[in-house]
Design a protein around this ligand. Structure first.
Ligand code: C5P
Length: 211
């Protein structure tokens, strides 16, 4: 069976997870959310009191880690872990570590051979030769409104202006960093996710039909 890799990149809260889950189910692609790996690493650093401003400490800890969970949990969805993960994501050593986890995942799942992988640098750096590259575009205000509604619906307290500010800050960090900044990958299709989910997945399904 031919290996198929679909990459989905885009800014924070652009709907990559929902889209990836949908196409994973519809097209039987195994889903890997690379953001989870940055978040799990941030949690390990936090629990082990690693000073993330100190690159020596970060490198030392990376050498000691022998297992990183690929699972999503409540613990890694907090605002603190969101902030920490985007701070550690600027380090090349952290990115090399996470990229290796992704390559191992794809190589380990030899029988599956069909993957959808989402993040910030998947089509531009990690899987440059992917079969289909997507870049999700949504304006910051719509992303903040959606995130706000999600939090309120799940019973959490939330303040819209703060969410918008955090999203803009993470965008800035992701787009301006030196190592693997968030860009539209070469050859990627830009998917407009400003309106309904249905219109978004219609655009993607048409592209997937062709590969
Ligand atoms: O996608 P998610 O918000 O869970 O990712 C957490 C953080 O990890 C992001 O804010 C981003 O800074 C970083 N990240 C990254 N490259 C990826 C995936 C996530 O830099 N491929």
């Amino acid at each position: 069976m031919k290996r198929i890799i679909v990459t989905i990149d885009g800014p924070a809260a652009s709907g990559k997870e929902k889209i990836s889950k949908y196409i994973s189910k519809k097209w039987k692609l195994k889903h890997l959310d690379s953001g989870i790996l940055y978040r799990q690493l941030a949690l390990i650093f936090l629990k082990n009191k690693v000073d993330i401003k100190n690159i020596k400490q970060v490198k030392k800890k990376l050498l000691e880690i022998d297992n990183v969970s690929f699972k999503k949990s409540r613990e890694i969805r907090t605002q603190m872990i969101s902030d920490l993960s985007s701070k550690i994501a600027v380090y090349n050593c952290v990115r090399v570590f996470v990229n290796k986890l992704q390559y191992d995942f794809v190589n380990k799942n030899k029988k599956t051979q069909r993957f959808v992988i989402d993040g910030r640098d998947i089509g531009s750096v990690v899987f440059k030769n992917a079969d289909l590259k997507l870049y999700i575009e949504v304006n910051a205000e719509i992303r903040a409104k959606r995130r706000y509604k999600q939090l309120i619906d799940s019973g959490e307290k939330s303040i819209y202006p703060k969410i918008l500010r955090d999203i803009k800050l993470r965008d800035k960090k992701d787009k301006l960093r030196k190592n693997s900044p968030l860009i539209i990958p070469k050859g990627a299709y830009i998917i407009d996710n400003n309106s309904s989910f249905k219109s978004t997945v219609n655009q993607i399904n048409k592209l997937l039909q062709k590969i």
